[in-house]
Design a binder for this molecule. Structure first.
Ligand SMILES: Nc1ncnc2c1ncn2[C@@H]1O[C@H](COP(=O)(O)OP(=O)(O)OP(=O)(O)O)[C@@H](O)[C@H]1O
Ligand SMILES: [Mg+2]
Length: 355
């Protein structure tokens, strides 16, 4: 899976840009504030219909402009487009048609982002790690989105009922379904983590040799208790608290080094390498299971990494065979791999560089 063409108009400081990226490694370089991250943000927006930097979509529209427009062509021919006016929603097109769901965009263009903020995967609460697991389950199992949405709706309804006096009987009736979808969701997640664990062993070794990292899936409640039984057992307490305390919505990915949480055992550079290894493993399992990889966006690759680790990361990314977009201030720091294409960014203007 690769973008063979990308057009950006009135997005952040980019007035207009048209790129024909390489199928492999692409370097986007330029001074601070030139617009490098904005290029990655545009690609992300084109896949997910939102930014990774802000929840406020109008912030990404170029100042003084009424809307931005993004267009991408995938190598197998699909045409993706998004237009976003200041007032109103995303206008999404896939091959000229409005898709039924935004998720159809993401399904066509799986992305992994590695940025200086990627530590949050390990440092923040479990939500980011659940999303990390769900990314893989979503891209490899066509049933995932339906099952996940059903469980979320049922859980929301259960939490509303928990706050309604006298609704205990009604809750018990619905709990059979909640448990059915919750268990199903958990099986899909657990399958993904198993595959990921298989791939991780080989990937982790060069990044963090001699660091014994254990990755395990915590499903959100005691594995020996069927979910329906747990919900019924917890009902009184859930009513008192007004929400469902345990279940798949509390799932997590646990990363431990010598029994300590990874964030307490590793340095910042090592944490970044661990996040990179996890994200590379995601893409590798996807390409093993689907014969299509993901696209990597790597913002500020040089930050926190020494020369040897930068080289290693670039080689590993190259080895994925995926399309990769890397941003850097100084291209000389990243001359250790052959770049497919290089783009120089200056005040929002992007030009392809030929050596
Ligand atoms: N809505 C907007 N309209 C116009 N310019 C914007 C808008 N939002 C942000 N900018 C400007 O866009 C510029 C590019 O930002 P970007 O984060 O892409 O730079 P960068 O090249 O990644 O810089 P750095 O090397 O510091 O990470 C910044 O100068 C920023 O002030
Ligand atoms: Mg940047």
């Amino acid at each position: 899976m690769a973008l063979s063409q990308l057009q950006i108009r009135h997005f952040r400081n980019i007035e207009t840009a048209s790129l024909t990226p390489a199928g492999g490694l692409n370097l986007i370089y330029g001074a601070n504030g030139s617009g490098k991250t904005s290029v990655l943000e545009a690609i992300w927006y084109l896949s997910l219909g939102r930014s990774f930097r802000t929840h406020l979509a109008p912030r990404v529209i170029q100042h003084e402009q009424p809307q931005f427009t993004l267009f991408g062509r995938l190598e197998q021919g699909d045409r993706l487009g998004i237009q976003r006016p200041r007032e109103g929603d995303n206008d999404v097109r896939i091959n000229g048609e409005r898709p039924r769901r935004l998720a159809e965009l993401a399904a066509r263009m799986p992305l992994q982002l590695i940025s200086p903020e990627s530590f949050s995967l390990l440092l923040d609460g479990p939500k980011a790690r659940r999303e990390f697991i769900d990314w893989g389950a979503f891209h490899t199992d066509p049933q995932f989105l339906g099952v996940w949405s059903r469980y979320r709706r049922l859980l929301k309804q259960r939490n509303q009922l928990l706050r309604q006096p006298g609704a205990a009987r009604q809750i018990s009736v619905w709990d059979t379904q909640t448990a059915h979808y919750g268990e199903w969701l958990t099986r899909l997640r657990s399958n993904w983590v198993n595959s990921l664990n298989g791939a991780l062993k080989g990937i982790m070794e060069p990044f963090l040799p001699d660091v014994p990292i254990r990755v395990s899936f915590s499903q959100g409640w005691d594995v020996k208790t069927p979910l329906e039984q747990l919900l019924s057992h917890n009902l009184e307490r859930d009513i008192q608290l007004g929400y469902t305390v345990s279940g798949p919505h509390k799932a997590d990915l646990r990363l431990r080094v010598n029994k300590l949480p990874a964030q307490d055992a590793l340095s910042r550079g090592q944490l970044k390498l661990l996040v990179c290894a996890l994200k590379i493993a995601q893409g590798r399992v996807l390409s093993q299971q689907q014969q299509r990889g993901c696209l990597y966006l790597v913002d500020d690759l040089a930050s926190e990494l020494d020369h040897g680790r930068r080289t290693l990361l670039l080689e590993q990314l190259q080895h994925t065979g995926s399309q990769v977009f890397v941003t850097a201030i100084e291209p000389e720091q990243l001359a250790m791999v052959p770049w497919g294409r290089k783009f120089h960014v200056e005040h929002g203007r992007i030009t392809e560089q030929t050596d």
